[in-house]
Design a protein. Structure first.
Length: 391
């Protein structure tokens, strides 16, 4: 039997862009390395002309060693896939990785193809990032049929994947989204934004795109501002010039919300943490490319109560837990309902603190990255043990 502490582990990520699953994928690899596992990350070689390799920069930041030689395109491209199949087989033969951990459909299909007919194939693991199971197309059937284990973020994703692909439930690990712990204290950005202690601040993190329901956001903001003139909505996000004008500046002007909205744009690093410390409540409407809604998890780690729609994973993240503690509120997708919930929280500081404390406990206890890393390590070992016992 192989010990996970003595083998090599390869993570695949078929994209160079800083898309939703990139952050949790890289953090997972980094945390496993901190446990002493020999984890490397295959860095995509394909980059569109004129674009920067955002994933490469984050791999360097997190100190995760990389291997090159694979194109790892996001979209299905037969010539590129065939080149990568050959290259991955050579890589596996040279470096003898015992585990190949996939994060996206493209690299999952690649791993399934490359590991076919190998004399000593690695176990293939797939992480999911959506609240439901993957589609059951031919590529998915082929890939999951050659997959040793799956990591799912919700019960719906876990149970649906078991049913849809006929998997042994023991081979599917339920692992909730994780969030990095946030030390208490630190600066905020209220003064930079011209806000005082009397302002009540609602934070939103969302890329400016048509499907993110900015129409709903501004309708909510107008109703809240009519009842609480001291409210300020702060949007952390960016988009192209056209979308920003049509979805943000235009509606704000039409609804006369200029004095109630702050637009600092996308924030990173210490400024992002300081921005979250500036909020009283966090509002979230539509999940983006990361189905695990990392922005909501981040807000909870800062002790912010959350008001959200019922889309995707949000009801599971905000469900009552531990003696009925409520970290947030899931509302129907209606401006009046969501505005009413925000007003109740903004007017009642003790209630706000109570739900914020529940959100923080949920993040600390259920989204602990070290616990998740240990669970992944144990999962790898179980899969290696099962593979070693095959005839």
């Amino acid at each position: 039997m192989k010990s996970v502490d003595d083998v090599r582990i390869l993570h695949l990520f078929a994209n160079y862009k800083w898309t939703g699953p990139a952050d949790p994928a890289i953090r997972a690899a980094a945390r496993l390395r901190r446990l002493g596992l020999d984890v490397v990350f295959a860095q995509a070689g394909f980059v569109h002309a004129g674009n920067s390799h955002d994933v490469a920069g984050q791999l360097w930041r997190w100190g995760v060693p990389v291997v090159a030689g694979l194109e790892l395109r996001k979209h299905f491209h037969v010539p590129s896939l065939l080149r990568d199949v050959k290259a991955l087989r050579q890589l596996l033969g040279r470096d003898r990785h015992a585990v190949v951990h996939c994060h996206l459909p493209g690299d999952h299909l690649l791993a399934a193809l490359a590991c076919r007919r190998l004399e000593d194939p690695p176990v293939v693991v797939r992480s999911l990032y959506d609240p439901g199971p993957p589609a059951r197309g031919w590529r998915e059937r082929f890939a999951f049929g050659r997959t040793a284990g799956v990591v799912a973020p919700t019960r719906g994703a876990r149970d649906g994947t078991v049913r849809r692909f006929g998997l042994d439930p023991e081979r599917v690990l339920l692992q909730e989204p994780v969030v990095e712990p946030e030390p208490p204290g630190g600066p905020d950005l209220r003064a930079r934004w011209g806000l005082g202690a009397h302002h009540r601040v609602v934070g939103i993190t969302a890329r400016i795109q048509p499907h993110r329901r900015f129409d709903l956001l501004w309708a909510i903001a107008r109703q809240v501002a009519d009842q609480l003139p001291e409210v300020r909505f702060v949007l952390l996000g960016r988009g192209n010039e056209r979308d920003t004008q049509e979805l943000v500046h235009g509606p704000i002007a039409r609804l006369q919300l200029q004095r109630h909205v702050v637009l600092p744009g996308y924030q990173q690093g210490p400024d992002y943490a300081a921005a979250l410390r500036s909020f009283d409540v966090f509002l979230f409407l539509v999940p983006g490319s990361d189905g695990t809604c990392r922005a909501v998890c981040d807000a909870m780690a800062f002790g912010l109560p959350v008001v959200a729609t019922s889309r995707g994973i949000l009801p599971e993240l905000l469900a009552p837990h531990r003696a009925g503690e409520v970290p947030g509120f899931v509302c129907r997708e209606d401006p009046a309902a969501m505005a009413a919930q925000l007003v109740r929280l903004l007017r009642d500081e003790p209630q706000r603190r109570r739900h914020g404390a529940a959100a923080l406990r949920r993040a600390q206890l259920d989204m602990d990255p070290e616990r998740a890393a240990r669970a992944s390590r144990a999962f790898y070992q179980r899969l290696l043990d099962r593979a070693g016992g095959r005839p």
